[in-house]
Design a protein around this ligand. Structure first.
Ligand code: AMP
Length: 223
């Protein structure tokens, strides 16, 4: 099973991945942003180049992104995978279909996280992340149960992403409109796009996603 979470930065994709993985523990999560941050953390030359793009809110080239994703797909052909933040351009969407086709795989469903820019600004500017396990929190709406301690792994090291600022978000949203919306149209035309109202509270979005997955037979009732 291949699921894609599609939506602008701050639309709650990462949070919903965490929720879905609580229900389907074997679901393998691929976040292209996370793959890129790992490359940056490795200190490589490539990582330095990627860092400057991300800090400016710009996209990494389609060719490079496809190399990262092809590597992950080929190593995990037997797993159920959820892609978060990929594909992000029409070229990536087309190349992704070709890549999956070679492995006899296909995308089952694409969730479109629909939310307006003002909500995104509030979410992004209050967002912080567990350094150890990547769990996502928010200063107002989603605090850890115990102040300063990650609910998932118990770590007390948190971080804010360098690109989670109002200024960089504006660039990211403009690029989203210009480059990512054509990919959304592509999935719409294929009839596999399912809209979720991502301005709703988190538990309601989780419910919408679970219902949709049950409807298309990708999840059993009550899971
Ligand atoms: P994310 O963690 O998904 O918000 O991604 C952080 C940043 O990584 C983005 O703002 C882009 O600069 C870059 N990035 C992540 N995924 C992609 C992708 N599929 N194509 C191009 N750039 C990407």
């Amino acid at each position: 099973m291949i699921i894609v979470f599609f939506g602008p930065p701050g639309s709650g994709k990462g949070t919903q991945v965490q929720e879905l993985r609580k229900k389907s523990k074997d679901l393998f999560h691929v976040s292209t942003g996370e793959l890129l941050r790992q490359e940056i953390a490795s200190g490589s030359d490539l990582g330095h180049k990627i860092q400057s793009k991300i800090d400016a809110g710009k996209f990494i080239t389609d060719d490079l992104m496809m190399q990262f994703v092809a590597d992950v797909v080929r190593k995990n052909t037997k797993k159920d995978i959820i892609f978060d933040g990929f594909p992000r351009t029409l070229n990536q969407a087309i190349a992704f279909d070709a890549l999956l086709g070679v492995e006899n795989l296909k995308i089952d469903i694409v969730f479109d996280f629909d939310v307006d820019a003002q909500v995104l600004m509030e979410r992004i500017c209050g967002r912080f992340i567990c350094q150890k396990c990547g769990a996502v929190y928010h200063e107002k709406n989603r605090k850890p149960k115990i102040d300063g301690v990650c609910d998932q792994c118990g770590s007390s090291h948190f971080d804010k992403r360098s690109d989670d600022t109002a200024e960089v978000l504006k660039t990211r949203l403009n690029i989203y409109e210009e480059k990512t919306l054509p990919a959304k149209k592509y999935y719409e035309n294929k009839g596999i796009l399912k809209r979720v109202d991502a301005s709703l509270p988190s538990w309601e979005i989780t419910h919408q996603i679970s219902t949709a997955l049950t409807e298309v037979g990708l999840m059993k009732e009550g899971e």
